[in-house]
Design a protein around this ligand. Sequence first.
Ligand SMILES: [Zn+2]
Ligand SMILES: [Zn+2]
Length: 116
Amino acid sequence: MHRPGADPSMMVPEDFLCDFCMHHWTPKRPMVEGHRGSLICGSCLTVAYTAVHVLGTGEPAPDGTTCLLCLSHKDGPHWQSDAVEARPRVCADCLNQAARQLEKDRDSDWTRPAGP
Ligand SMILES: [Zn+2]
Ligand SMILES: [Zn+2]
Protein backbone atom coordinates (compact mmCIF):
# COMPACT_ATOMS: atom_id res chain seq x y z
CA MET A 1 0.00 0.00 0.00
CA HIS A 2 0.99 3.59 -0.26
CA ARG A 3 1.53 5.23 3.10
CA PRO A 4 -1.63 7.12 4.09
CA GLY A 5 -0.97 10.81 3.58
CA ALA A 6 1.88 10.23 1.11
CA ASP A 7 2.22 12.88 -1.59
CA PRO A 8 1.66 11.07 -4.94
CA SER A 9 3.85 13.58 -6.78
CA MET A 10 6.79 13.06 -4.40
CA MET A 11 6.84 9.40 -3.46
CA VAL A 12 9.88 8.26 -1.46
CA PRO A 13 10.85 4.68 -0.50
CA GLU A 14 9.25 5.14 2.93
CA ASP A 15 5.87 5.67 1.22
CA PHE A 16 5.74 2.15 -0.23
CA LEU A 17 4.57 -0.27 2.46
CA CYS A 18 4.24 -4.03 2.22
CA ASP A 19 0.59 -4.89 2.90
CA PHE A 20 1.62 -8.07 4.67
CA CYS A 21 4.17 -6.73 7.19
CA MET A 22 4.00 -2.90 6.85
CA HIS A 23 7.75 -2.56 6.34
CA HIS A 24 8.68 0.07 3.77
CA TRP A 25 10.65 -0.40 0.58
CA THR A 26 14.47 -0.57 0.79
CA PRO A 27 17.05 -1.82 -1.70
CA LYS A 28 17.25 -4.99 0.40
CA ARG A 29 13.49 -5.33 0.54
CA PRO A 30 12.22 -5.39 -3.05
CA MET A 31 8.47 -5.28 -3.67
CA VAL A 32 5.99 -6.60 -6.19
CA GLU A 33 2.81 -4.70 -6.91
CA GLY A 34 -0.62 -6.30 -7.13
CA HIS A 35 -3.95 -4.73 -8.03
CA ARG A 36 -4.89 -1.31 -6.67
CA GLY A 37 -1.43 -0.53 -5.33
CA SER A 38 -1.19 -3.54 -3.05
CA LEU A 39 2.40 -4.60 -2.39
CA ILE A 40 4.20 -7.68 -1.15
CA CYS A 41 7.86 -7.48 -0.14
CA GLY A 42 10.58 -10.02 -0.84
CA SER A 43 10.72 -11.15 2.79
CA CYS A 44 6.99 -11.90 2.94
CA LEU A 45 7.17 -13.51 -0.49
CA THR A 46 9.90 -15.86 0.77
CA VAL A 47 7.83 -16.90 3.80
CA ALA A 48 4.61 -17.21 1.79
CA TYR A 49 6.20 -19.03 -1.14
CA THR A 50 7.88 -21.49 1.23
CA ALA A 51 4.60 -22.23 3.02
CA VAL A 52 2.47 -22.64 -0.09
CA HIS A 53 4.84 -24.04 -2.72
CA VAL A 54 7.63 -25.75 -0.75
CA LEU A 55 6.09 -27.06 2.48
CA GLY A 56 2.49 -27.28 1.27
CA THR A 57 1.14 -25.76 4.47
CA GLY A 58 -1.03 -23.15 2.71
CA GLU A 59 -4.72 -23.15 3.55
CA PRO A 60 -7.81 -22.64 1.43
CA ALA A 61 -9.45 -19.22 1.71
CA PRO A 62 -12.93 -19.20 3.31
CA ASP A 63 -15.87 -18.28 1.06
CA GLY A 64 -16.20 -14.57 0.52
CA THR A 65 -12.52 -13.77 1.13
CA THR A 66 -10.13 -12.65 -1.58
CA CYS A 67 -6.43 -12.62 -2.30
CA LEU A 68 -5.10 -9.13 -1.64
CA LEU A 69 -2.92 -9.07 -4.75
CA CYS A 70 -5.42 -10.24 -7.41
CA LEU A 71 -8.61 -9.33 -5.50
CA SER A 72 -10.20 -12.62 -6.56
CA HIS A 73 -11.43 -15.57 -4.61
CA LYS A 74 -9.28 -18.51 -5.66
CA ASP A 75 -9.49 -22.18 -4.88
CA GLY A 76 -6.27 -23.76 -3.69
CA PRO A 77 -3.80 -22.89 -0.96
CA HIS A 78 -3.18 -19.39 0.38
CA TRP A 79 -0.75 -17.81 2.79
CA GLN A 80 -2.14 -15.52 5.44
CA SER A 81 -0.11 -12.87 7.22
CA ASP A 82 -0.55 -12.53 10.97
CA ALA A 83 1.80 -9.52 11.18
CA VAL A 84 -0.94 -7.00 10.40
CA GLU A 85 -4.41 -6.67 11.84
CA ALA A 86 -6.27 -7.16 8.56
CA ARG A 87 -4.57 -10.59 8.18
CA PRO A 88 -4.43 -10.40 4.37
CA ARG A 89 -4.22 -13.52 2.21
CA VAL A 90 -2.29 -14.17 -0.96
CA CYS A 91 -3.08 -16.98 -3.41
CA ALA A 92 -0.73 -19.59 -4.89
CA ASP A 93 -1.00 -18.07 -8.40
CA CYS A 94 0.01 -14.61 -7.24
CA LEU A 95 2.95 -16.08 -5.33
CA ASN A 96 4.19 -17.75 -8.52
CA GLN A 97 3.75 -14.58 -10.51
CA ALA A 98 5.45 -12.41 -7.87
CA ALA A 99 8.36 -14.89 -7.64
CA ARG A 100 8.86 -14.75 -11.42
CA GLN A 101 8.78 -10.98 -11.34
CA LEU A 102 11.31 -10.60 -8.53
CA GLU A 103 13.65 -13.15 -10.13
CA LYS A 104 13.70 -11.03 -13.30
CA ASP A 105 14.30 -7.81 -11.36
CA ARG A 106 17.99 -7.02 -11.85
CA ASP A 107 18.11 -4.69 -8.86
CA SER A 108 17.01 -7.47 -6.54
CA ASP A 109 18.98 -10.54 -5.50
CA TRP A 110 15.82 -12.34 -4.45
CA THR A 111 15.77 -16.03 -5.22
CA ARG A 112 12.95 -18.51 -5.02
CA PRO A 113 13.13 -20.71 -1.90
CA ALA A 114 14.37 -24.16 -2.84
CA GLY A 115 12.52 -27.37 -2.10
CA PRO A 116 13.11 -29.28 1.13
ZN1 LIG B 1 6.33 -7.80 3.80
ZN1 LIG C 1 -4.03 -13.80 -5.95
